[in-house]
Structure formats: C-alpha cells, structure tokens
Design a protein around this ligand. Structure first.
Ligand code: AMP
Ligand code: ZN
Ligand code: ZN
Length: 426
C-alpha cells in the first residue's frame, strides 16, 4: 500500500457507529429517513481545488496563512494524482473515487471509437456530454440521498452524468472573479431554504497558469501562491461570518503538481517516427496515439529501440502500461503512450523552430510517482483532528472521505476510507 498512516487516532468506535448508521440508512428506504439520520450530525463540506498546487508549495514562506491553518487541521505529505497527471482526469477521479480506467475520463484529450469522437478540454459540446463520464460523482451521491450540492466549477459537473445535475451548478467561466466564486458558494451553503446546499465545490486555475508560464520558483508563482493564501483567509472569514465555520469541513486539494521544463530538454518525435502514420490524441509530456494495425509494430519497435538506447522517454503499448496507472483497461485507452522523463517535453522539429521560446516555464502530466507531480491535501473543520498528518495517498480515496463527512452511503468506488483514520476525530 502506498498510503500508510503516520498519525494514529483509533477510530474503531467511530467506524462502528458509522457502519451502524449506514445499515440503518439502507434499511429505511424513504429519502426522508436518510435525511433524518443525517441531521443528527449534519455537516457541510466545501471541496476546493487550486489547480496545479504542488504539495511542497504549502510552506510558511510561500503560503503563511494556509500553513498556519493547516497546523490546526489535517495535512498530507501529498495527494498522488492519477495518470496522466493532468487536470481533467484528476478532478474527475477525485469526484467519483474511481481510477481513470473505471471512470472513462482517461486523459485531457481522449478518442472514443464507439462515439467516433474526440474529447478535448476546450470543446464545450463534448465537455458537457454525459457519455464521457462514468461512475457516480459525489454531487450525485449527495442529491440521490436528499443532500443538495452546488458546484462553482468542477470537471464533470457541467454534464448530466447519470441523467442528473447538482441543484446549483455553473458552466465553467474562468473570468468569474475569485471573491464572487467564494461568495456564491457561501450563499448556497447558507440559503436557509430547502435549496440550501450541504456540499459545495470551488475551483481556481490561476496558480496552474502561472506555473505553466513562469515555472515553479518564479516571483509570479510566489504571487499566485499569496493570492491563494489571501483567498483561503477570505473564505474562512466568510464561513465564520455566515455562521458556517463550526459545521463545515473544508477540504483543500489540487489535481497535480508542476515541473520546470526547458528548451534544452526536448524530444522531437518526428526524429523517431513518421507522424503521418498515427492519430495523435494527447500532447506533452505524455503523447497518446492510435495507430492503424499495419503500422503499429513498426512505430512501436522504432520508439522502443530509441528508449533502450537512452532516449529520455518510455513507450508503452496499451497492454504494457504499468498496472499502477490503472489506465489500460478502458476501451478508450490509446494504442500507444509515450511518457517523457521528468522535465522533458515532447515536441516536433516544426513546433520548435516556429516557437523560439518553447518550451519554458512548467508542465505536468508525468508519471504520478514523481513527487513533483504530487498535489496538496489539507482538511480543516469540526471532523479533522488538530495537527494531524498523513503520508502521501492516492487522490481516488477522497470520494470516500467526502461521502463519510456528509453521512452518505458511498457508491461503489476504488477508494479506501481507512486511509483517513489517522486524521479524523472520533
Ligand atoms: P491543463 O493544465 O492543460 O491540464 O488544464 C488546465 C486548464 O483547464 C485550466 O487553465 C482551466 O482553464 C481548464 N479548466 C478547468 N476546469 C474546466 C472546465 N470545467 N471546463 C473547461 N476548462 C476547464
Ligand atoms: Zn490542472
Ligand atoms: Zn496545467
């Protein structure tokens, strides 16, 4: 197991009470009964993601408020992303608690041969199409059990997954000001009507953007981290003044980390293969492609030979992808995957010559095993043990924590709730 627990608050009594509650809930079918069971410990959950928040960005120097806040609650050494360590597969895996091969959202760019369709993150029609998303997002788990949810952006929340949507949701719009996002979710959580939400999500992309543009250590990235810090302060103050602080567990996560890249670490793919022979799906640092059977062996062997002679990448046929990626069993898994070594970029001779400043700054997508790809995890609120710590754990477990904190019966998932035993109060 990757996720061993360092803190050790025994939770056995708590687990027993929780199991009993679940048993009682499953015996009483009316939703009303479920709600009554919940009300005895009614808690709210606010899940917030700052895209590209690398685990080690959290420090007294770069995020002083958050650092002090995390001392009062739970913090992990890192949240291990799913492969590829890109935005869409990771946000969705957090929401459904399933590995990519079990939830269908296997990359930022995907080809589905049954739909005969490409999925790209900028393609609104596809992003809002339910066919791409499998499993049960936490907002559906909530709504099905009579708990209202609101998403101020989250991957998957704009599509009618399982034919439903959260009570409150917003189509992604990166131009909505930071404070307006926070004000909106505070309002959802404190409406005082039967539309009031108990689960809300928040999402911000600016830290990822600065990490891409300037790299992990630049003053601009420091400034973005201070902006994160200020927003967390604002959020906690707003929760306090809305009277929500004592009943809300705030979970701060991210989707992946960030790695500096440079022009002296590039792999020009056309030096190794004929790009005309493949259907290129995903780009850098993980190139995914489908290949006509007639060309497959040739393309693969040329790349494999190059790898064995020291080229800074690894190449895998679909069935060879490491099992720990949990990304090879879905019909959408591409025929071939090339993963650049950490810090390298996959490009073409043409792209290099037409972009004299490419590549620079930072990128992500690499093997999740690299600590540079690890994201942040902090839990603050009435159910988290003060000053509790966890080693790095995989992000697919978060769904089970959310369900637990909301008193919900989780849908089948790949997570293990015992991951969190050491950081929860009894
Ligand atoms: P990447 O760094 O390529 O993995 O993706 C990061 C980008 O995803 C961010 O800059 C956001 O603008 C974008 N993004 C995040 N959530 C959504 C969404 N729900 N719909 C469309 N784009 C999104
Ligand atoms: Zn991201
Ligand atoms: Zn990014």
């Amino acid at each position: 197991m990757m996720n061993s627990i360092t803190a050790s608050t025994p939770l056995n009594t708590h687990k027993f009470v929780f199991s009993l509650a679940l048993l009682l809930m499953s015996c009483s079918s009316p939703v009303q009964q479920d709600i009554q069971d919940r009300d005895s410990k009614a808690k709210k959950v606010l899940l917030i993601s700052f895209d590209g928040f690398r685990a080690d960005y959290l420090s007294a120097e770069r995020t002083p408020y958050l650092h002090a806040l995390a001392q009062k609650g739970a913090k992990s050494e890192g949240l291990i992303p799913v492969f590829p360590s890109k935005t869409f597969p990771n946000h969705y895996a957090i929401a459904v608690g399933l590995h990519p091969e079990n939830n269908g959202l296997i990359g930022n760019s995907i080809y589905d041969s049954t739909l005969a369709q490409m999925y790209r993150i900028g393609d609104r029609e596809q992003v809002e199409r339910a066919d791409w998303y499998e499993g049960e997002p936490i907002w559906n788990t909530a709504e099905k059990q009579g708990v209202r949810a609101g998403t101020m952006f989250w991957v998957g929340s704009e599509a009618p997954v399982q034919g439903m949507r959260p009570t409150h949701w917003k189509r992604y719009d990166g131009s909505v000001p930071d404070s307006a996002r926070i004000d909106t979710v505070i309002q959802w959580l404190s409406m005082g009507t039967d539309l009031e939400g108990d689960l809300a999500t928040l999402y911000f992309s600016f830290l990822d953007s600065q990490g891409h543009r300037y790299g992990t250590d630049a003053p601009e990235t420091d400034a973005a981290l201070l902006r994160v810090d200020g927003l967390m302060k604002y959020l906690m103050e707003e929760l306090e003044s809305a009277g929500l602080a004592n009943q809300t567990n705030v979970i701060l996560v991210s989707d992946h980390g960030m790695q500096n890249i440079s022009r002296d670490r590039v792999i020009t793919l056309d030096s190794y293969m004929d790009l005309e022979k493949v259907l290129m799906i995903g780009g850098s640092p993980v190139a995914t492609m489908n290949i006509e059977p007639v060309y497959r062996a040739e393309v693969y062997h040329t790349l494999k030979n190059a790898q064995e002679e020291g080229a800074p990448f690894q190449v895998f046929l679909k069935e060879e992808l490491p099992k720990r990626f949990h990304n090879s069993k879905h019909p959408r898994t591409p025929d071939l995957t090339i993963i650049a070594d950490l810090g390298y970029s996959l490009t073409t001779t043409q792209q290099l010559s037409s972009n004299p400043n490419y590549p620079s700054g930072g990128n992500h997508g690499y093997d999740p095993q690299h600590t540079e790809m690890h994201a942040v995890f902090v839990g603050i609120g009435p159910d988290f043990a003060p000053n509790s710590r966890l080693e790095a754990f995989e992000s697919i477990h978060v769904y089970s924590l959310l369900a637990y904190l909301l008193g919900l019966n989780p849908a089948p998932n790949d997570g293990d709730f015992t991951t969190f035993e050491g950081i929860l109060l009894q």
